[in-house]
Design a protein around this ligand. Structure first.
Ligand code: FAD
Ligand code: SF4
Length: 532
């Protein structure tokens, strides 16, 4: 596809800006834009792919979905100014490209839906100011709550917790309520039913998610990404993501029909199968379609609830899944807009180590990390527990700077957009915000990974051992973390048991743990390849 510049109406009333994560089939422009007076502006800017060292599949997914959306705009006979990557002017920056096009097109005003990223909002506002062009910002109707709702919810509360926000959202949107208006099944949360591990036989025959073979437009994008981003991490070999709203609907229906029933029970489980890749297990892999707005979260929630009401899935599964979308997804967005821009610079634990180079190559002898990173490079996907309790946990225990961790997550996953990635990585996973997202640091030894997966059976280390040749690095670093942060952790009632266990260890052994942990840090971070 070459750059499209269809003749635009002159004079041009409104130039509608559509960003790569605003590809909503119900975008307000389809209702409000007047083809006789308005035009749509979209741009593939290389900055988006290079400000972090983006996975090839992440770049391809955005570009392919944008190009499919552009077709939808053209089909509505609305003038389109779409700049492709091959246009090298304006140094690949969004604001420079917008300024350049506005100077040629001379719109009377700009309009857009509220962007997902703080920096993008600022740069577009600054550009509009510099051009003396009014900017109309429309609320983002994709979400079920607004940043103002969240600010209101947060005001006056000493501590923010997702659970209470989620309950309010359930009531406000009438989701999974009984006839009396209470929680369906008498409880709000079935989390205790959602922490199962697979038996020693593994996950059994999980129906693979629906596969979307690249059409001609996507095939062009894949070739372009291979050509222009050859040295970026990851592979395109498995690229089969939904790139249109129609495909996203099919992916949703397929998930509800085949995997939702087991989602709840095995939400936290991990499995390495030496004979076949099982990246998605019982997960929905809908995050990318949701974040690009190909899929509306209301439909996802309604269909999951309908599956429960019709007896096709259990309440625990439906609730566990709905909680992720109506609870966590909305909650992290609220946190993002409440605390940005300062949030990004928080580093409550004063962590400052660089990210080990194996995060970009999967070259490590730790079987759990090797599998999670290999899968991320191959698919641009890892499920929540792989992110939180394998790659995230190791970075936390090693003391990696939260900014380096943030940049890795933003680069690595097809669903990565800052408003959801940053609170999850810097907050939930690294405790960099000192407890805004999570009430305690998510720390565990190798024993947790052993309980939730079969990785340790394939590893040269022993998850139960903290000292010596066979000691699992997670386990050594876990105890070192407790020793190093004992004073502050003691003040947290949720850390009581872990701190009491630490206090049973002899001083001489603590010294040996700290020495072994330091050795690990020296070895693992000496070949750091932070691409920051
Ligand atoms: P499922 O397990 O099927 O869950 C269903 C849906 O719930 C997801 O599609 C997602 O939309 C939503 N969801 C689940 N957990 C969360 C959560 N913690 N926060 C927000 N939404 C959630 N999610 C992203 O969408 N983009 C990111 O960049 C991202 N980065 C993350 C980084 C870290 C360190 C961690 C711990 C989590 C991150 N998550 C991110 C949240 C979560 O891991 C992914 O949403 C999920 O793994 C996507 O896979 P799935 O669609 O199969 O999800
Ligand atoms: Fe990971 Fe430790 Fe288990 Fe090896 S022994 S797979 S490093 S948790």
């Amino acid at each position: 596809m070459s750059t499209i510049r269809t003749p635009w109406p002159e004079p041009l009333e409104t130039l509608w800006i559509v960003l790569g994560d605003q590809l909503d089939p119900d975008h307000p422009l389809f209702e409000q834009a007047d083809p006789a007076h308005d035009a749509v502006w979209m741009a593939e800017v290389s900055e988006e792919s290079t400000k972090v060292w983006s996975h090839k599949a992440r770049i391809a997914l955005f570009l392919s979905s944008m190009r499919h959306f552009a077709q939808q705009v053209s089909a509505q006979k609305i003038a389109l100014c779409y700049t492709t990557l091959s246009e090298t002017d304006n140094k690949g920056a969004l604001d420079a490209q917008l300024k350049f096009d506005c100077q040629r097109m001379q719109p009377k005003r700009l309009a857009m839906v509220w962007p997902g990223e703080w920096d993008v909002l600022k740069s577009i506002q600054d550009t509009a100011d510099a051009l003396s062009c009014p900017l109309l910002l429309l609320p983002d109707e994709h979400f079920l709550s607004t940043p103002e709702d969240f600010r209101h919810y947060a005001s006056g509360r000493k501590q923010l917790r997702m659970e209470f926000f989620y309950r309010q959202m359930r009531v406000r949107h009438h989701v999974l309520l009984d006839e009396a208006g209470g929680p369906e099944g008498g409880q709000w949360n079935f989390d205790h039913d959602n922490q199962g591990a697979f038996s020693k036989h593994g996950p059994g025959s999980v129906a693979p998610p629906m596969h979307f073979a690249p059409d001609a437009l996507t095939a062009d994008v894949l070739a372009l990404v291979e050509d222009q981003f050859e040295h970026h991490p990851g592979s395109l070999a498995h690229f089969d993501w939904p790139v249109t709203p129609q495909q996203a609907q099919l992916a949703l229906d397929d998930f509800i029909q085949h995997r939702l029933e087991c989602f709840g029970q095995y939400q936290d489980a991990m499995w390495i199968d030496p004979c076949q890749d099982l990246p998605y297990l019982y997960h929905s892999r809908l995050s990318a379609a949701l974040n690009l707005k190909l899929l509306n979260p209301r439909q996802v929630i309604q269909k999951a609830e309908a599956a429960y009401r019709s007896g096709r899935v259990s309440l625990a599964s439906a609730e566990g899944f709905i909680r992720q979308i109506l609870g966590w997804r909305e909650y992290v967005r609220g946190i993002y807009w409440l605390y940005m821009p300062a949030y990004r610079h928080q580093n409550a634990l004063c962590a400052n180590a660089p990210l080990p180079s194996f995060y970009w190559s999967a070259k490590t002898d730790m079987a759990c990390l090797q599998a999670a990173i290999r899968q991320s490079l191959d698919y641009g996907y890892a499920h929540h527990i792989q992110r939180l309790m394998v790659t995230g946990l190791f970075a936390l225990l090693l003391g990696v700077h939260p900014m380096a961790v943030h940049r890795w997550y933003l680069a690595m996953y097809v669903d990565a957009v800052e408003w959801v990635e940053l609170p999850n990585s810097l907050g939930m996973s690294q405790y960099g915000d000192g407890g805004i997202m999570a009430s305690k640091p998510y720390i565990a030894s190798g024993n947790y990974i052993n309980r939730m997966s079969n990785a340790c059976k394939q590893c040269r280390y022993d998850p139960a051992v903290r000292l010596g040749e066979n000691a699992c690095p997670f386990t050594t670093l876990y105890w070192a973390f407790l020793i190093n942060h004992e004073t502050s952790l003691m003040k947290n009632p949720r850390m009581g048991m872990q701190v009491r266990n630490l206090q049973r260890i002899e001083q001489s052994e603590k010294q040996a743990i700290l020495q072994q942990a330091q050795k690990l840090r020296d070895t693992l971070t000496c070949t750091s390849a932070d691409v920051v």
